[in-house]
Design a protein around this ligand. Structure first.
Ligand code: FES
Ligand SMILES: [Fe+2]
Length: 333
């Protein structure tokens, strides 16, 4: 079973904040049950375990002073690499205890307007979403959501192809999608690329009203997944044209809680901010439909033993998810 705080997750990249949430005042984020201080020093983004090595005061109670973070309790200073550069009570001497260092993460990165952190040196790849930095796309951020959910179950849910007609009957579901067409899966370390296509009712297509195109159209899907839960879904509309990308990043906060970040990227809205806002609120409805069910799980861990649940052909992608996470736990746990 994979819990939100499985030790193997310490060697993975996780989203911990949107870039806009972090500035020159240290902010606390919680990942895998552990608190981190994020701050922008003049030399760049920095992260420290939110606990000063001296008397364990939260470093988020400190402040930036020149190019260091100064602890708010006794004023010890730490640079971007975590090295202690000053102990005010020892002024006049260069001697400092060898262990007087702030703990920094194994990986810290900023990409696509998000901050990613790996507590230990990461064995996973960061997700790359080319459309997120493509000026021919419009970008719409959903508000960050905090929910009582499991990271493995959310990955399972995002990669699941047979729940649309039931859980999403009020939004993206359609009878035609009940039978799942086959998928092509390509493993990439602790990740995968998956190709598929399915029918859907294109209510957004203006040419449906005029009878130029049928309501039921097709979309081809490419999922890019990186363990434990960074996923992008690129959707190309075969009949109407246009591309819609949804990215979905989950931060396992603690045993029962996750933070969910999602952004949509579209090149079919003719620069219309109103349509972008509508698309964002539609996506939020879809996510809320998923979360309403996910929050009802009592055990929020994802079973990794393939004999525990019952699988059918439509579940190939989510079976592969379990294999990837099981390997991760076996190697890094
Ligand atoms: S607890 Fe941070 S300097 Fe003493
Ligand atoms: Fe869903």
């Amino acid at each position: 079973m994979l819990s939100n705080v499985d030790p193997a997750l310490r060697s993975c990249w996780h989203p911990v904040a949107r870039s806009s949430e972090v500035g020159a005042d240290p902010v606390k984020v919680t990942l895998l049950g552990e608190d981190w201080a994020l701050v922008r020093l003049p030399s760049g983004l920095a992260a420290f375990v939110d606990r000063c090595p001296h008397r364990f005061a939260p470093l988020t109670a400190g402040w930036v002073d020149g190019d260091v973070l100064r602890c708010g309790y006794h004023g010890w200073c730490f640079d971007q690499a975590g090295a202690c550069t000053e102990i005010p009570s020892m002024a006049g001497t260069d001697a400092r205890p060898a262990r007087a260092a702030a703990r920094i993460p194994g990986g810290l990165a900023e990409r696509h307007g998000m901050i990613f952190l790996a507590p230990e040196p990461p064995v996973t790849e960061l997700l790359d979403v080319p459309e997120a930095d493509d000026p021919s796309f419009m970008h719409g951020e959903l508000d960050v959501i905090t929910a009582r959910v499991g990271v493995g179950l959310l990955a399972d849910n995002f990669l699941d192809m047979s729940h649309f007609p039931f859980l999403h009957s009020a939004t993206i579901g359609t009878e035609e999608a009940a039978v799942v067409e086959d998928v092509e899966i390509e493993r990439r370390g602790y990740g995968m690329t998956v190709h598929s296509r399915h029918p859907f009712p294109n209510h957004e297509d203006q040419a449906v009203a005029t009878g130029e195109r049928p309501l039921i159209q097709h979309r081809s899907l490419v999922y890019e997944f990186r363990a434990p839960c960074s996923v992008s879904l690129r959707i190309d509309y075969e009949e109407a044209g246009g591309t819609n990308v949804v990215d979905f990043y989950v931060q396992p906060v603690d045993t029962d809680t996750c933070r969910i970040y999602s952004t949509i990227h579209r090149n079919d809205l003719d620069g219309d901010e109103g349509r972008l806002a509508e698309a964002v609120s539609f996506e939020r409805k879809v996510v809320d439909e998923d979360l309403r069910l996910q929050e009802r799980y009592v055990d929020r861990r994802l079973p990794l033993d393939l004999t525990a649940e019952v699988h059918v052909k439509a579940d190939r992608m989510t079976v592969e998810l379990r294999r990837i996470l099981a390997e991760l736990v076996a190697q890094e746990g």
